[in-house]
Design a protein around this ligand. Structure first.
Ligand code: TYM
Length: 346
């Protein structure tokens, strides 16, 4: 990890968020949560359950509440420690919404019009999408900049949103920061941390599509709360091709499904595709898949057990979120106050 990016000279701080919509899956874990856990011993971090992002598409209120608690429990079951890191839900810290408004006035329509995730999510019915869905990446920039976060661990699909956050930070610095001496680099330009073979986990049924909560078939993904039999069945039925595994990465060319399973193996075992193929090259999928099942279960089963224990105590989860929100607000509120001053609010 680079030191603090750009000319900004404040402290290094990590921020990331996960939406509480439906089940979290192996892609969320390998692309994001696993990296949060790795970073928490070395970097001050805030990990946010972004409930305000969730409602950009209608959510059943009861399910949303349950899902916020579930994601919190999954964070902790995966190893995030609420004493080391700040765990909280976005709607509890009003600085996110307040800063988002100000940044809505900095971001340009043309920038948002380029966002591929909006185009994918709104589909053919753009006129029917919520205004919130369009402005979604600006709220995301506010999440990060409210803490002057310098590093943002995410999966590959969030890269474009992070680039936008940097553009917004830069324009705020130019428009407002430059008006006051010493504030030229008011916001850092946050660095995306998109790491390793877990950064882009694909569907088990189609290696050209990413693993996603919104895919209709449950067989396309491994949910973090799936039981052992379901996980084994999904991996057994994962699409592959008839050839054995190659012994070098070059041999995965044009074999998206094979590449994905090797990538999952590498991410789960903290190795690389090269290392996996060194060991497994030449195996048929009928031989490789049982090894992948065993490895997946060895990682997910302990998480699942802790998750079930934590979910038995919803009150404790709510207390952790409330405590996290208090600590988050202590960081964000003075930054927001400075922003308001720079903008000219009385
Ligand atoms: P969300 O909730 O869709 O996903 C949470 C995290 O999981 C990663 N991810 C994946 N990684 C690898 N392979 C996949 N198939 C896969 N699917 C999802 C995502 O990249 C993400 O890191 N907009 C964000 C949430 C957000 C946020 C933020 C993130 C809101 N504010 C501020 C960082 C900083 C989102 O919808 O993630």
């Amino acid at each position: 990890m680079n030191d603090t990016p750009s000319a900004y000279n404040g402290p290094t701080r990590v921020f990331s968020g996960v939406q509480p919509t439906g089940n979290l899956h192996l892609g969320n874990y390998l692309g994001a949560i696993k990296n949060f856990v790795k970073m928490q011993d070395t970097h001050a971090g805030l990990y946010c359950i972004v409930d305000m992002h969730a409602i950009t598409v209608f959510q059943d209120p009861k399910e949303l509440k349950a899902s916020i608690r579930e994601v919190t429990a999954l964070f902790m079951a995966s190893g995030l420690d609420p004493k080391k890191s700040i765990l909280f839900n976005q709607s509890k810290v009003s600085a996110h919404a307040e800063l988002a408004w100000i940044l809505n006035c900095v971001a340009r329509m043309g920038w948002l019009n380029r966002m591929t995730q909006f185009k994918e999510k709104a589909g053919k019915h753009k006129e029917n999408a919520s205004v919130g869905l369009f402005a979604y990446p600006v709220l995301m920039a506010a999440d990060i900049l409210a803490y002057r976060a310098t590093h943002v661990p995410v999966g590959d699909d969030q890269k474009q949103h992070l680039e936008l956050a940097r553009d917004i930070a830069q324009k705020f610095n130019n428009d407002y920061g430059a008006l006051k001496q010493g504030c030229e680099n008011f916001f850092p330009l946050p660095d995306p941390l998109i790491q390793g073979p877990g950064a882009r986990i694909m569907s088990l049924r189609d290696g050209s599509k990413k693993m996603s909560k919104s895919e209709t078939s449950d067989m396309t993904r491994i949910n973090m709360t799936d039981d052992a039999d379901t996980i084994a069945q999904k991996i057994r039925k994962a699409r592959t091709d008839p050839d054995p595994l190659p012994s070098e990465v070059g041999g995965l060319e044009g074999r998206a499904e094979a590449r994905n399973l090797v990538g999952i193996y590498a991410a789960l075992s903290d190795t690389t595709a090269e290392e996996v193929l060194n060991e497994m090259g030449g195996l048929q999928f009928s031989e490789f898949k049982p090894k992948l099942v065993d490895l997946t279960l060895s990682v997910l089963e302990p998480i699942n057990h802790r998750f079930v224990e934590l979910m038995n105590n919803a009150e404790e989860i709510d207390l952790i979120l409330a405590d996290g929100a208090g600590r988050a607000a202590e960081i964000a509120d003075p930054i927001l106050a400075e922003v308001k001053e720079l903008v000219g609010f009385v």
